[in-house]
Design a protein around this ligand. Structure first.
Ligand SMILES: *Cc1c(COP(=O)(O)O)cnc(C)c1O
Length: 458
């Protein structure tokens, strides 16, 4: 596809604006040369964007089972609410009495999220899940500092945690203590007991963990940490697995973050804007970020999430959890005679992990080959090679918003690919055949991305 700079011709313009009929204002310090912008007609720019759109695969195009990302349907009514002028045409500095409706949205959202998580206070400021983790960890840090307990410098992170957990803890200035998982994929309680001590600031638990498993020892985990004087942090990015069924606050957690752009149906493709609210128990409330009257995070994302909450209501949210878990387990049951689950006999929650290790050993077909093949069936590849503790991992999260017919289609496609992989591994290894780009050099694309257009004359 041509880049926008490769289209058009010198002097070509859009026809959107009439000729200027007022004196031109030329400020001092004006740039000497006009910026080098694309010179295209309206037709050309319109086609350019349509072509770009055709290259994108999103939730509106088909099945997008990216495990740990929760790519679920974004209700269109959310967009309608978020485009009401009373929400869009406001300024952060306008008088408080003129934005009471917006304040009510914020207050109501906090109230719902506190109720859902079992927490007492909530900040909506963080803009993403990882940002929420960072905020929550600084909250924990401040708590220990306020008590003069400065020896608590370590955060315990099980190896089944989301990758952002240790990264956020390191950014917040903590040392990370890794705790291995058992064969079953759960936190090793013995290893946890050995890891805690007077230097423990807290534990971060991703639950369900990155294997898609609910740690049934969760209450014992939080009490081990509390007895050692540490606090417990719940990574609730994927609360859609348990929402309306159990609450982090009731399981012994002191701090939690949520991803509105996962569990609460706000869009999250292309890096945002998102929201990662952080909740905590009352004794930590004054350690949360200060209340900033006018800047409450990504406000229009919050409007969307509240719309979703009000639309579903309490019992609707419980249905979300039930259906998310049902869909994942149904899909797995339909492919389990071909694909091997990462943990034998495990009871998965909203997502599951399969391993292609055996297949790779026997005929060289990898997790990557299966993922590439799915694209020829109009299915977005699942999460690959994550979690790191599973070899040749594929992680699928169908979400609660997929109908049974789609799950049946996906299962049939995956079974067909499996058969093909046995009969003709090379065919599967050379997929995809139907996409514009097949197998780019991913290392080079990540390490040396070309993000700047090089003008031919430069
Ligand atoms: C997605 C996710 C995060 C990070 O959220 P971002 O908004 O991408 O920063 C953290 N933890 C878990 C378990 C997640 O699934």
């Amino acid at each position: 596809m041509k880049l926008i700079f490769e289209r058009g011709a010198e002097g070509r313009r859009l026809s959107l604006l009439p000729a200027c009929d007022v004196p031109e204002y030329r400020p001092a310090g004006e740039r000497k040369n006009a910026p080098r912008l694309p010179e295209v007609s309206e037709t050309e720019i319109s086609r350019h964007y349509s072509e770009l759109e055709e290259q994108i695969f999103g939730i509106n195009n088909g099945f997008l089972p990216l495990g740990s990302c929760t790519m679920k349907y974004n209700p269109k009514v959310n967009e309608q609410m978020a485009s009401l002028p009373g929400f869009t045409d406001i300024h952060p500095l306008q008088p408080e009495e003129t934005v009471q409706g917006c304040r009510k949205v914020i207050g109501k959202t906090k109230e719902w999220l506190c109720e859902i998580t079992g927490m007492d206070a909530m900040t909506l400021q963080p803009s993403a899940g990882a940002h929420g983790e960072f905020t929550g960890l600084l909250t924990i840090k401040k708590y220990h500092e306020q008590r003069g307990d400065t020896a608590r410098t370590k955060i315990i992170v099980p190896d089944s945690a989301h990758g952002t957990n240790p990264a956020s803890a390191a950014m917040a200035g903590f040392t990370i203590v890794n705790v291995a998982s058992t064969e079953e994929g759960l936190v090793d309680l013995q290893a946890l007991r050995e890891a805690v001590g007077p230097d423990t600031a807290g534990l971060m638990l991703t639950n369900p963990n990155t294997l898609g498993l609910f740690d049934h020892n969760i209450e014992e985990i939080t009490s081990i940490v509390h007895e050692a004087g540490g606090l417990c942090y719940y990574d609730g990015a994927n609360l859609n697995a348990v929402i309306g069924v159990v609450r982090p606050g009731d399981m012994g957690f002191d701090v939690v973050h949520l991803n509105l752009h996962k569990t609460f149906s706000t869009p999250h493709a292309c890096g945002g804007p998102g929201a990662g609210p952080v909740g905590c128990k009352a004794f930590l409330e004054d350690c949360l970020p200060e209340h900033v009257r006018t800047y409450e995070g990504n406000f229009l994302v919050i409007v969307r999430a509240l719309t979703y909450l009000l639309m579903l209501g309490g019992s609707g949210l419980t249905d979300v959890a039930h259906n998310a878990v049902l869909n994942a387990n149904y899909l797995l049951s339909q492919i389990a005679d071909c694909y091997e689950p990462s943990c034998e006999g495990a009871h998965y929650m909203h997502e599951f992990v399969i391993t292609m290790e055996q297949m790779k050993k026997e005929n060289g077909v990898t997790a990557m080959d299966i993922a590439k093949s799915l694209m020829d069936y109009g299915i977005h590849p699942p999460t690959m090679y994550f979690p790191l503790i599973v070899h040749e991992a594929l992680m699928l999260e169908p979400t609660e918003t997929e109908p049974k017919e789609m799950l049946d289609y996906v299962a049939a496609s995956m079974r067909a690919i499996y058969q093909k992989a046995l009969e003709d591994p090379d065919y599967v290894k050379s997929a995809p055949r139907t996409t514009r780009i097949g197998r780019p050099d991913e290392v080079r694309a990540a390490r040396k991305p070309v993000v700047k257009y090089e003008f031919p004359e430069d």
